[in-house]
Design a binder for this molecule. Structure first.
Ligand SMILES: [Fe+2]
Length: 124
């Protein structure tokens, strides 16, 4: 008799595990390179119709790898509690996303998922 591994359940367990905790930078001056390279960089462009939220990953010029083994899997954004969308990325794709919002008083929340290092968040 041979042992079999249930890969589908194993992947689900890993994803649930890394989604439990949301990482964010408290003090940008004290942030490590590890923190800087995972944190969404949010640029807000004012439009006549509202705002364009431009998101890349990494602060202070420190970028995250995007390989088969280690990558940003997706970026998603919320206008307050309202989801604005989720953009997914594969290996060698630059993790960059744009979201259009009507001007609102809510906080814009952006999250990014690294397959190895979990969920990272920034707010504007
Ligand atoms: Fe990572």
């Amino acid at each position: 008799m041979t042992d079999t591994v249930d890969f589908e359940n194993a992947v689900t367990e890993i994803n649930e595990g890394i989604l439990e905790e949301v990482h964010s930078i408290e003090d940008i001056e004290a942030a490590t390179d590890f923190e800087l390279k995972h944190t969404p960089n949010i640029e807000v462009v004012e439009l006549a119709s509202g705002q364009l939220i431009k998101v890349s990953i990494g602060l202070k010029g420190i970028t995250h790898p995007q390989t088969e083994e280690h990558l940003i899997e997706w970026i998603r954004a919320f206008d307050g509690t309202e989801p604005l969308g989720t953009i997914t990325f594969g290996p060698n794709e630059t993790p960059f996303a744009e979201f259009e919002v009507k001007r609102s008083d809510s906080q814009i929340i952006v999250q990014a998922l690294c397959n190895l290092h979990g969920l990272w968040e920034a707010r504007v």
